[in-house]
Design a protein around this ligand. Structure first.
Ligand SMILES: [Zn+2]
Ligand SMILES: [Zn+2]
Length: 330
């Protein structure tokens, strides 16, 4: 498949998608019913593949890979350790799969790769002088344990009626509706956490570490300072307030823990077979890594448009970003 059918190379040889980044029709007024139907039921769309995949994964994780509530009611390092082990395995499988496919086997070469350079093997900016090893270290030594700590705390809280819990049998509508709400909680939570991390003292102390990855790969996704992990995963604590079932909390926690892999692949699409391609559409976050001050969120909710930090990839948006910079330094 030829990536020039979908975009072009700029003067520096970077691949730029042809279509500007858009938020989809969810917040458009007046509503466009056809576009909304396509947004929800198209492929890729709101349901397929990712939101359904994460919801099914949460049901499986809760049913087969989480101890029952009776066990969770009494904290024990044994079950907490089991959940840590389960999350480490999930991270290795998901981050590892994206990394091996795109960066070790290089199954599609640099097709659809925004930055045609491969991450440097030797770079003094990274631990072990290697971007991938550095990223794996921060993910597995800090990211997954802090994700697990929030999850363990919430599981214990559900089991002790400290976090408000609902069951499918008593609240079927709320139970299903929460699966629709989790992607929004994820996105809005990420936006505000991320905005906070760009506040200069926090940026210097913590978020700078994530931003060393100017040419990110899948493992860059959760490669953060421990303080950033604490802030990033704190969205999970919202379930102390939202009546829900542990499966919804697991749905959000595993998205926060695993979705950054696909958000940082550095590729616009994954080529499957000869013609079909899977649109990963993470150009917005790629531009965030490139320019820092744009696109704090990426997805369905036009937060960056509302707050004036949107860069849709077009030359006009680029000029607008530069004008904002000039005004700030004037
Ligand atoms: Zn990032
Ligand atoms: Zn950032």
């Amino acid at each position: 498949m030829d990536d020039r059918r979908f975009g072009q190379e700029d003067s520096r040889g970077n691949w730029v998608p042809e279509k500007p980044i858009s938020y989809g029709p969810f917040f458009e007024w007046p509503p466009n019913p056809r576009a909304l139907l396509k947004f929800f039921f198209g492929f890729p769309g709101y349901f397929l593949p990712w939101n359904v995949l994460y919801a099914v994964a949460a049901l499986l994780i809760w049913t087969y890979l989480t101890p029952p509530l009776e066990t969770l009611a009494t904290f024990s390092p044994i079950w907490a350790g089991m959940i840590l082990g389960r999350n480490i395995v999930l991270a290795l499988l998901v981050y590892g799969a994206w990394h091996v496919w795109l960066y070790v086997w290089r199954r599609q070469g640099t097709q659809f790769k925004y930055n045609k350079q491969w991450p440097k093997e030797e770079s003094g900016a990274f631990l072990f002088k290697n971007q991938t090893y550095d990223n794996m270290f921060h993910t597995l030594v800090s990211g997954v344990p802090i994700w697990t700590a929030y999850e363990v705390l919430l599981l214990w809280a559900y089991a002790n009626q400290i976090a408000p819990m609902i069951e499918f049998s008593t609240h079927p509508v709320g139970f299903i509706a929460l699966f629709f709400l989790v992607p929004f909680i994820h996105e809005v939570g990420f936006y505000f956490a991320h905005r906070l991390l760009h506040w200069t003292p926090l940026y210097e102390m913590a978020h700078k570490l994530h931003h060393r990855n100017v040419n990110p790969g899948p493992w860059s996704g959760l490669s953060m300072h421990p303080l950033e992990h604490v802030i990033y995963f704190s969205t999970i604590a919202l379930f102390f307030l939202i009546p829900s079932h542990p499966v919804h909390m697991i749905n959000l926690a595993s998205r926060l823990g695993l979705a950054p892999a696909q958000g940082h692949t550095g590729f616009d699409r994954v080529v499957v077979g000869n013609e079909a391609s899977m649109d990963t559409s993470y150009y917005a976050h790629y531009l965030h890594h490139k320019y820092f001050e744009v696109n704090y969120s990426d997805g369905m909710v036009p937060l960056d448009r509302w707050f004036g930090s949107f860069h849709d990839g077009t030359p006009e948006a680029h000029e607008a970003m530069k004008a904002r910079r000039m005004r700030r330094s004037a």
